[in-house]
Ligand binder design. Structure first.
Ligand code: ANZ
Length: 966
């Protein structure tokens, strides 16, 4: 005992205190680890075990794995980890074989930035962070199968990330099979001539480079020169998902520009429709499903060709019904039909040498020739982000190209503009402009004095002359007008009929067709980083990309002197990325025999690395079979844990808990990889996560002084109706995020030291419904500590340490309290309502405290079992003290006896003509109709009526029934 021992401690040396909790917790954590208590056996392989457990129904319960940050965990981080742990423990106690583990997502920018600042190698700092986080997590008593904990930076792990990349590289999307297939099947079609090469030459006549280029158009992982998001401030290119709505980098908030750079992409767009369709069968929050649907952005419309001399401009429109109202056209500035104008070589360019007769002055932008105007405008557009370009409110800019096209239905010549509000990356990069009915076209037409024609009759009384309007009339719910041509009329039709009719008309002439367009873009997959997975790709002297053979995997990251990214002036769009790996000529230039019959040759390695999303695209699969050296995952093991089953048609993890911020990044990418692996026959599941749950955030008060600077939350004092900081002055208080920078982080280590891990677990679960954000309040933690102290006292004598329970039968009231608690907690556990489960356990515990006297053994035992998923250490300790030799982890969860669960009864008096004839015990909630039926069926009542008819029955549920015989 320490010097600070209090009188109370002397009187009650066996009280549940922080010191006792620490002792109990450490002992059981060691015990669990030693015994492998949380190890879930596989049906086969090196993790095979206990056949009885494998025969049980399975549950695969997962968290979004953490990034091992240098700051370690604060109490907000483990909210989800504790919740899945409680759920996993409940599932173990209800007869399931439960897979629950946690790995680390450890590649990525922060480690690299930290490395640059401190000169520590990213691997060194990352490994140290992982060690610290493992220690913090262990202290919480999380029941993880440690054998399955993976780290994405482990070469034995990223070997398979690279292997999956090669599977994707070596496959194409076969629309006939509506699935990915090996690229060899495509080559076979070209060889057999059942599929035409682009220029019609036989496959055998194509050079190696030509073949590689053709296949590159099909591969699901491919290098392309399409414009990408270049972020000079970060020194890397970024995926669309990593760029904010303001056109800046999600990380660091730097400007992002469009640049043409050769980069790797994943053809996720091939899966757009399946990614959309398969959402239906997933048990995910509606909000997340909606975000994915919007991100995929399916639009039904048509492609329509507008002839220009011998060429044609194809547009994508969702309003083909307004074709008669298309009075001009707009191409994206990057559109290939006008590319080359600025070089003056005219390649692929429609642009004429001089302005056509009668060109409107505002259309020329003051330039002498169309080529000048186009070149100047293209340059200007390149320095803007897509979002800036699309902003509705901004002034419309653009220039005439000098070209006219033919409206295919009206036969009119319409001028063709380029303007930055049309994006190259959407649809066909060209639009037919219908200024009367599209807001952006209206604004543009006003600015450039272009004609407008009303073809959808306004329903708001504004008339059919757009010259008199203030804005476009954009409606789907009106009649078509002014739309009659030589051999077609849409006049009088509704929008839907008009669309169908015009689409058929276009298709019959071969100048258009109905089509579906997606907002989703291919996933930009290269980063100019050191701390990521190297690509298992080498280039030969002709620049053709070759896959490394599987025997050369993993391709390990080389040890380098200089791993820092090259960053640039954040606003300088004209910069070019530089990959850290490219600085290592020894590593980059290699002589290899790829086993393809070409013998040893010299190659250059790909020097980009994969994005930090790669490792998290498939980690659920590696948890299943973490040590398998020959396969990503054994098919039988995958089938056992993740295969499709009743109610889960695509298979997947049974519960996946994490933050809502991953709606379109991680969750979309992981679904895509899962589908490719499924199509190629490597896994039976076509979805990674069947049920998704988003936990809320733990918030904390942020205190700021008069200058707005955050002051340490631990050092403010509340008095006289204000909050004060000791250095003087009142401070403001606002609820915000918890974190080091806001000086309000509370660590789990502090709370564990003060109260123990069980108290922390209970507090986090009791704070409110799991999916709701909640403010942290250190002062409230003690409430849960007291619950555990009372629980302890109901079983253990604080003075002697003896177990006090007795073998006597519990009284009726206690049995009711017990079974009601069991019933309620069972339902709450199954539905992740841990806060209300805790309320029910507390109520039962308080009942026992209030009743006084020793607690009956059966009640004490069942109470311990009820709380075991929430507070596993104290439960394990009490379970042992109550005389059990097995671990509480695998004990059976209590089952409620329905007889004690029904509400207590009330006595109902049944009268005939005012005289009491019977008494019934009924539920207080009984309905009038049920009570009347019960009264009339009562033998004493039947006898008293003696066959007489009934005139009237007066019912006052639940206490009285009065029968008036005929
Ligand atoms: C004519 C029209 C008339 C249009 C009308 C709309 C209203 P969603 O629904 O998002 O798919 N569009 C097509 N490609 C574009 C591009 N690359 N950049 C900018 N805008 C583009 O939008 C489809 C509509 O957006 C298309 O239908 C096209 O304008 C425009 F009363 O065509 B519409």
């Amino acid at each position: 005992m320490s010097e600070t021992t209090t009188a109370a401690e002397v009187a009650a040396p066996h009280r549940y205190t922080a010191a006792l909790a620490a002792d109990i917790e450490a002992r059981w954590q060691d015990f669990w680890e030693e015994k492998g208590t949380y190890e879930a056996p596989n049906p086969t392989g090196d993790l095979a075990g206990d056949a009885e457990l494998v025969a049980r129904p399975k549950k695969f319960i997962m968290d979004m794995f953490p990034y091992p940050s240098g700051a370690g965990l604060h109490v907000g981080h483990p909210l989800g980890f504790i919740a899945t742990d409680v759920y996993a423990r409940y599932q173990r106690m209800t007869g399931h074989n439960v897979l629950h583990t946690l790995g680390f997502d450890a590649f990525g920018l922060p480690a690299e930035q930290y490395a640059v600042q401190t000169g520590t190698h990213p691997r060194v700092s990352t490994e140290a962070n992982i060690v610290n986080m493992r220690r913090q997590l262990r202290r919480l008593g999380l029941g993880h199968d440690q054998r399955r904990s993976v780290e994405t930076i482990d070469p034995a792990y990223y070997k398979w990330t690279q292997w999956i990349f090669l599977q994707i590289f070596n496959s194409w999307y076969d629309p006939e099979a509506d699935a990915a297939r090996p690229i060899d099947t495509l080559v076979a079609q070209f060889e057999a001539g059942t599929r035409q090469t682009p220029d019609g030459r036989p496959w055998s006549e194509l050079s190696a480079v030509e073949r590689a280029n053709v296949l590159g158009e099909y591969r699901l992982a491919y290098a392309s020169d399409a414009p990408v998001n270049w972020c000079p401030g970060l020194g890397t290119v970024l995926a669309n998902e990593e760029v904010t709505a303001d056109g800046r980098s999600e990380r660091g908030n730097y400007p992002v520009f469009k640049a043409k750079l050769r980069q790797w992409n994943m053809r996720i767009t091939a899966y757009a429709d399946r990614l959309l369709r398969d959402l239906d069968a997933l048990d995910w929050p509606d909000a997340i499903k909606l975000q994915q649907r919007n991100w995929i952005g399916r639009s039904e419309g048509a492609r329509v060709d507008f002839p220009v001399g011998d060429e044609k401009i194809t547009v994508f429109t969702t309003r083909q019904d307004t074709l008669f109202g298309a009075t001009y056209m707009v191409l994206a500035p990057e559109h290939p039909l006008i590319a080359g104008a600025e070089d003056g070589d005219g390649t692929g360019s429609l642009v004429p040498d001089a302005w056509p007769e009668g060109t409107h002055e505002v259309w020329t932008g003051g330039h002498a020739t169309p080529a000048d105007a186009v070149a100047a405008y293209r340059k200007q557009a390149a320095s803007k982000s897509d979002v800036e370009r699309q902003a509705e409110a901004k002034d419309k800019t653009g220039v005439f190209t000098g070209v006219h096209a033919t409206n295919p239905v009206s036969g009119e010549q319409v001028p063709v503009f380029i303007a930055d509000y049309v994006l190259m990356g959407y649809g066909t990069g060209a639009i037919m402009a219908v200024p009367a009915h599209d807001t952006r076209d209206f604004a543009f037409a006003r600015a450039f004095e272009l004609p407008m024609r009303c073809v959808v009759e306004p329903t708001d009384g504004r008339g059919t002359d757009p010259a008199a309007w203030d804005d476009a009339f954009a409606s789907y719910d009106a009649k078509i007008v002014n739309s009659s041509g030589a051999d077609i009329s849409l006049d009088g039709l509704g929008v839907t009929e008009a669309k169908a009719k015009i689409t058929e008309w276009l298709a019959a002439r071969g100048i258009g067709e109905g089509t579906v367009n997606y907002r989703l873009r291919d996933w930009l997959f290269s980063r100019q980083r050191y701390w990521g997975e190297p690509f298992p790709i080498v280039y030969d002297e002709a620049g053709v990309a070759h896959a490394l053979p599987e025997s050369m995997l993993p391709l390990e990251l080389p040890e380098v002197e200089d791993y820092s990214p090259r960053t640039f002036d954040a606003d300088d769009a004209d910069t070019q990325p530089e990959t850290p790996l490219s600085r290592n000529e020894d590593w980059v230039n290699v002589t290899l025999d790829l086993g393809d019959g070409a013998g040893p040759r010299s190659y250059r390695r790909e020097t980009n690395t994969m994005p930090n999303w790669a490792g998290s695209c498939w980690y659920e699969l590696r948890y299943l079979d973490p040590n398998n050296a020959d396969k990503l995952v054994d098919p039988d093991v995958e089938q056992y844990w993740m295969g499709p089953r009743e109610g889960q048609p695509h298979g997947g993890v049974d519960l996946y808990v994490g933050g809502a911020e991953h709606a379109v990044l991680h969750l979309l990418y992981a679904r895509f990889w899962s589908k490719v692996l499924h199509d190629l026959g490597h896994v039976s599941s076509a979805e990674p996560f069947h049920k998704l749950y988003n936990q809320g955030m733990i918030q904390a008060y942020v205190y700021r002084d008069s200058r707005g600077i955050a002051v340490p939350a631990a050092e403010v004092e509340e008095h006289d109706g204000g909050v004060f900081y000791y250095e003087g002055g009142k401070v403001s208080r606002l609820l915000g995020k918890m974190g080091k920078s806001l000086k309000n982080a509370v660590t789990p280590d502090e709370i564990c030291a003060e109260y123990g891990a069980d108290t922390l677990r209970l507090y986090e679960m009791a704070m409110g419904p799991l999916d709701v954000s909640r403010p942290w309040d250190t002062r409230a933690v003690v409430g849960q500590y007291r619950l555990l102290q009372r629980l302890w006292r109901n079983v253990v004598d604080e003075a002697t340490g003896e177990v006090t329970v007795v073998d006597a039968e519990p009284d009726d009231a206690t049995l009711r309290a017990l079974h009601k608690a069991i019933d309620g907690v069972t339902q709450d556990m199954a539905n992740l309502r841990f806060n209300t489960a805790i309320a029910k356990v507390t109520e039962l515990n308080n009942h026992l405290t209030k009743t006084g006297g020793p607690v009956s053994r059966t009640v004490a035992e069942q109470l311990v079992l009820l709380i075991a998923p929430l507070a596993p250490h104290i439960a394990e300790e009490l379970w042992r003290r109550l005389g059990h030799t097995g671990s509480v982890v695998h004990a059976d969860f209590p089952v409620a006896d329905p007889a004690y669960v029904v509400d207590e009864t009330v006595t109902c008096v049944v009268q005939i003509k005012g005289k009491v004839k019977a008494r019934l015990e009924v539920a207080p909630s009984i309905s009038d109709a049920d009570l009347e039926a019960a009264a009339l069926a009562e033998p004493a009542v039947v006898a008293a009526l003696n066959g007489a008819g009934i005139r009237k029955v007066i019912v006052r549920a639940p206490k009285l029934v009065n029968i008036v015989p005929a």
